[in-house]
Design a protein around this ligand. Structure first.
Ligand SMILES: *Cc1c(COP(=O)(O)O)cnc(C)c1O
Length: 484
């Protein structure tokens, strides 16, 4: 199987090249049609790692020992359970807990696997240059990437976060990160400043590169998308195992969506034969995707809101481009939409494409008040504590009319957002995030993930703070002389 750019079918890459490059050279994203003849029923009886091996081998063929890569990505103890992503019954729905990994964020699932894929791709392609992963983060990606790439040979990672744009817990998670190959640096400004700075560095490249190649760990990389397909199969298999469905019956999935990676993985599962019913795209107050799926008009000319579900605060949702290609197979059409988005800030898909979107996708948006109300209702009614992102999806699930079983994807531990979760259940908000974390525990009895409970006591290892204008020099200096 060969990958190609969403914008040019002549712009091709092997799965290994696509994983190492991240973005295609023409600015498009690497895509390939999944294997429609995949033997999806055969994987339902496997354990999670066995499933991951088969599914990843199908999506990313040509890696020499996918089984070994999967076992290295998910060694016993890295996740809270060897299931990786447990399915929990909550009322008459199911919650798929994706946050049981080392940093309590769903990005752990893919960012545990990506370093293995990159290392194997480097070996297979005979790449000698060191990889320098550059990441701007609004909170969760940074820590999950640091944990994933920590001490991976041949690789260094630099994470930039907005000095005052991440929560206390998220900041401490990053600045306490050990590892000889990791760097963490605050940027004065907001997330957009940090992200723009990183994009400029990618565009300019490194001067006198000194055997270093820049790579990205964000969800435009196909190596981050593919590992997420696995938990859709896992959830389905679990519903079969517990007798809720028989093989072949459809299941609906409700997904709290930002960059569209998570929900796109659900669509890839569907393309591989899994009986996925409706895919419900849940947005917070930043409802650009919900508007798009309803009307076919993508319009980023709108205010950007900071919400209690910050990982979904987005105006341009990158992975949507892959879905447009998968549904049309037409590079010129996709390239046209993306050009219009860049130049005019909006595009309108054809009626035919909108009908194809409506064949699989539903959508719903959720206000700040509704997010907090959902946390309170589910806690009081079902005794289940959700984080704010999950609550956005729950709200959509509650309004979604269906006869199929409904799985709500849960993307973060409630302890990562203790202030908002406490206000959802009516707790006192005084003190620091750590005070609130322990108060939330006293009120609910829900265990605090051990890595978060210890966090406050860990030493701060990274103290650099720079202006956006200094980012390029900073990368240059760190890339060439790491030990400074
Ligand atoms: C990244 C993230 C999301 C959004 O996922 P996408 O794949 O970008 O749509 C939702 N919730 C949390 C907690 C996240 O960290």
């Amino acid at each position: 199987m060969e990958y190609q750019s969403t914008r040019d079918k002549k712009c091709v890459a092997s799965p290994q090249e696509a994983v190492l490059r991240g973005l295609a050279p023409d600015g498009g994203l690497y895509v390939a049609q999944p294997d429609a003849d995949f033997d999806w029923q055969a994987v339902l009886g496997l354990d999670t790692l066995g499933m991951a091996e088969r599914i990843l081998s199908s999506l990313l063929p040509g890696f020499s020992d996918m089984g070994a890569l999967v076992r290295r990505a998910y060694p016993v103890g890295r996740f809270e359970t060897q299931e990786l992503t447990p399915l929990v019954r909550v009322g008459d729905r199911y919650v798929l807990e994706l946050f049981r990994g080392p940093t309590s964020a769903f990005k752990d699932v893919a960012l545990s696997m990506l370093p293995q894929l990159m290392t194997a791709a480097r070996a297979q392609l005979g790449v000698q240059d060191e990889s320098l992963i550059l990441t701007a983060t609004s909170g969760d990606t940074g820590k999950a990437a640091l944990a994933g790439f920590c001490d991976v040979p041949g690789t260094k990672i630099l994470v930039f976060y907005p000095e005052n744009g991440v929560s206390e817990v998220q900041k401490q998670q990053m600045v306490s990160q050990p590892g000889g190959n990791v760097g963490v640096c605050a940027v004065r400004g907001n997330f957009d400043d940090a992200q723009t700075g990183v994009k400029e560095i990618f565009a300019a490249g490194l001067r006198e590169s000194g055997g270093v190649r820049l790579t990205s760990a964000n969800s435009i990389n196909i190596g981050r998308l593919a590992p997420q397909v696995v938990y859709y199969f896992k959830a389905y298999a679990e519903l079969v195992r517990c007798g809720r469905i028989s093989v072949g019956e459809k299941v609906d999935f409700v997904v709290p969506t930002g960059n569209f990676g998570n929900i796109l993985a659900g669509y890839l599962a569907l393309c591989m034969g899994l009986p996925v019913g409706r895919l419900v795209c849940a947005s917070n107050k930043n409802d650009v995707l919900t508007d798009f799926l309803r009307t076919g008009v993508y319009d980023r000319r709108r205010p950007f809101y900071k919400t209690v579900s910050p990982s979904m605060d987005i105006l341009v949702s990158s992975n949507l481009e892959r879905l447009l290609w998968l549904l049309t197979g037409d590079e010129a059409e996709v390239a046209g939409y993306m050009r219009a988005l860049k130049e005019q800030g909006h595009y309108t898909v054809s009626p035919d494409l909108l009908a194809k979107l409506h064949a699989h996708f539903d959508c719903d948006a959720c206000s700040e008040e509704q997010t907090l109300a959902a946390i309170g209702e589910v806690w009081r009614g079902e005794g289940y504590l959700m984080d704010t992102h999950t609550a956005v999806a729950w709200h959509a699930a509650a309004r979604h009319a269906t006869d199929a079983p409904v799985v709500v994807l849960s993307t973060a531990s409630p302890y990562k957002f203790p202030a908002a979760v406490l206000s959802g259940i009516g707790g006192d908000l005084g003190g620091t995030d750590y005070d609130r974390m322990f108060r939330l525990h006293e009120l609910t009895g829900v265990p605090i993930p051990p890595a978060l409970a210890r966090l406050q006591k860990l030493p701060v290892l990274h103290r650099d703070v720079i202006d956006r204008a200094e980012m390029s020099d900073y990368v240059q200096r760190r890339a060439l002389r790491w030990d400074e």
